[in-house]
Structures are given as structure tokens and as C-alpha cells.
Design a protein around this ligand. Structure first.
Ligand code: B12
Ligand code: SF4
Ligand code: SF4
Length: 244
């Protein structure tokens, strides 16, 4: 096992902008469907590196779309500043490893309208397995330093590295219900996340311009864990128009 390579990967990732880095072994992903395992993208995968970026401002969580000249492209190329930073960190890392003849693949972010099964992995779960934190009552990965205000991305590599220790306790949620109370559509009631309800939130897809919109962040904004940076997702600027 290459402890020094793990440390080097951590240092490189942090230098390029990552706030959290964790390592999970490939066997830990056996619990997921085959099309949601890292081996779908990299059959020789041995270790999964999970990279986290602190969400410092809800506006950086902005989703940008192709110019709305045609209906077709509009929702197919969504990307946000934070995800772009994460992508750059991951691709730089993959390139650095490739130069050392280590196979490395940045794992797909999520299903696309064109391809439901594209090998995307469950990033929150990967974050838990890589020791970054635990799943909170808000159904998000909460981390000691940043709470749930962290976005994630992962790389699979063909090298076996020492794995991070998983957090077994959640010391925060037992006496707290802030996220449950803050949800505008009661999607977190009863201790179970209700995706259908969540999707009806009036705070999802708030348009700021014809090509940019914001998603609801209430259940992460209100979480007291690691809230060193104040989080306020009430926009001071008025949306230009609504498209729906
Ligand atoms: C599709 C999607 C959505 C959909 C549906 C979400 C869903 N959960 O079904 C919609 C659009 C509604 C959505 C909303 C949001 N999302 Co979203 N979403 C995704 C995406 C692309 C896939 C998620 C998925 O399908 N997961 C699989 C399902 C089965 O997971 P699940 O229902 O949440 O249940 C799992 C956990 O509860 C877990 N679990 C519970 N306890 C434990 C314990 C252990 C030990 C383990 C291992 C696992 C575990 O097990 C369940 C099954 O695996 C991911 C990116 C990715 N590739 O992971 C981002 C992602 C989950 N979203 C994210 C965010 C931030 C949001 C929003 C805040 C909106 C926003 N501003 O971006 C809201 C939050 C809603 C909420 N409270 O969960 C972040 C979460 C970051 C974090 N800190 O957790 C992710 C990881 C994107 C990213 N790049 O960082 N999302
Ligand atoms: S993202 Fe918004 S609607 Fe969805 S669970 Fe969180 S607070 Fe509720
Ligand atoms: S707001 Fe409270 S209950 Fe919700 S995830 Fe954070 S600590 Fe847990």
C-alpha cells in the first residue's frame, strides 16, 4: 500500500482547491447496483478518491445552461461554478496520476436525460465511505468542518491506497430538527427524505437569467454544523423572469 501516494494526492488536491479529501476501497461499493459502482467506469478500480469543495455562497451553486436558443440543449449542459472547480481538481489529479502510469477516471456526476445508466456513483454515500462525514436528517452528507455545505466529486484509480476511517457517530442530529422545520414542502418529515415533495419546492430552479438558475439550499443553509461561513440563500437580486 502506498501511504505516501495517498498523502501526495491529498496535498495536490488541496493545492488545487479541494477542502476535503477521503479514500474508500473498491469493495465498499459492492452494496450498490452494478451500474452505480466505480468499476462500471473503471473496471480495474481499487480505490475511490472523494473530493469535497466547501459551498461558501449559494450563488456559486448556480446552474448554468446552454443558451436557450432551442428547447433541446437547454437542460442538457447544466453546470455550476462549484462543480466546475471540482471537475478541474479531479481532472488535474487524473492527469497527474496518468503521468505516473496509474489508471484514473473521474466518475460521472449523475444520470443524464440521454443516459440513465452512465456509471454515476452515489456521492454522499461515497463521502461516508471515504470518512468525510455522516448522513444527517437533511439526507445530506454532513461534515465536521463544513456541515452539509460541501459539494462532492470522485475519481476511481487502479492503485490500492490506505482508506480513510469512517465516522460511526452522528453527534449533531439527535437534538436538532432545524432542517426538517426549514423545508418549505415538508420533504424531511417522518425521518425519511421524500424526493417527490422536494422537487415541488418553490425554491428549486429559481431563474436569475434566461440561462441561469438556483436550486433550493434551505436544508443545508440552516444546519448549525460547521457553519463558520454565514449562509443566507435569500437573494438580494430579483429574478429576471420565470420560465415555468
Ligand atoms: C439526483 C440528485 C438530486 C435529486 C434527487 C435527490 C435524491 N436523493 O434522490 C434532486 C434534484 C431532488 C436533488 C436535490 C438536492 N441535491 Co442532489 N443530487 C442528485 C445526484 C445527481 C444523485 C443522487 C442520487 O440519486 N442518490 C441515490 C439515492 C438512492 O440516494 P438517497 O435517496 O439520498 O439515499 C441514500 C442515503 O440516504 C444513504 N445513506 C443513509 N444513511 C447512510 C449510512 C451509510 C453508512 C451509507 C453508506 C449511506 C447512507 O443511503 C441511501 C441510498 O444510497 C447527486 C450526485 C451524486 N452522483 O450522488 C446530487 C447530490 C446528492 N445533491 C446534492 C445537493 C447539494 C442537493 C440539494 C441541496 C440541491 C442543490 N442545491 O444542489 C438538494 C438536497 C435534497 C436533499 N435534502 O437530499 C449534493 C449533496 C452534497 C452533500 N453535502 O450531501 C450531491 C452529492 C451533488 C454534489 N455534487 O455534491 N438532488
Ligand atoms: S432541498 Fe429544499 S425542498 Fe428539498 S429537502 Fe431541502 S429544504 Fe426541502
Ligand atoms: S440541521 Fe440539525 S438535524 Fe438537520 S442535518 Fe443539521 S444537525 Fe442534523
Amino acid at each position: 500500500m502506498q501511504a505516501s501516494l495517498g498523502q501526495e494526492i491529498r496535498q495536490m488536491s488541496m493545492k488545487w482547491g479541494a477542502d476535503l479529501v477521503g479514500f474508500a476501497s473498491i469493495e465498499q461499493f459492492d452494496r450498490f447496483p452494478a451500474e452505480n459502482r466505480p468499476t462500471y467506469t473503471l473496471p480495474s478500480a481499487q480505490t475511490v478518491i472523494v473530493i469535497g469543495l466547501q459551498m461558501v455562497d449559494p450563488l456559486l451553486d448556480l446552474w448554468l445552461h446552454a443558451p436557450p436558443t432551442t428547447g433541446a440543449g437547454r437542460f442538457s449542459t447544466g453546470r455550476a461554478f462549484e462543480d466546475e472547480i471540482l471537475r478541474v481538481v479531479c481532472y488535474r489529479l487524473a492527469l497527474a496520476l496518468f503521468k505516473r502510469r496509474i489508471e484514473a477516471k473521474v466518475l460521472p456526476y449523475g444520470p443524464t436525460p440521454e443516459k440513465e445508466h452512465n456509471g454515476f456513483i452515489y456521492l454522499k454515500d461515497a463521502g461516508v465511505l471515504a470518512g468525510l462525514g455522516v448522513i444527517g436528517k437533511n439526507n445530506l452528507l454532513i461534515t465536521p468542518d463544513f456541515g452539509p455545505r460541501i459539494r462532492l466529486r470522485a475519481i476511481a484509480i487502479s492503485e490500492t491506497l490506505p482508506t480513510s476511517r469512517m465516522m460511526t457517530d452522528n453527534p449533531w442530529c439527535a437534538t436538532c430538527e432545524r432542517c426538517i422545520q426549514a423545508c418549505p414542502v415538508n420533504a424531511l418529515q417522518g425521518g425519511k427524505y421524500n424526493k417527490e415533495r422536494c422537487l415541488t419546492s418553490p425554491d428549486h430552479k429559481r431563474p436569475l437569467s434566461p440561462g441561469a438558475e438556483l436550486w433550493c439550499t434551505r436544508c443545508s443553509c440552516v444546519c448549525p454544523v460547521g457553519s463558520r461561513v454565514p449562509c443566507d440563500d435569500s437573494l438580494k437580486i430579483q429574478p429576471l423572469h420565470r420560465t415555468d
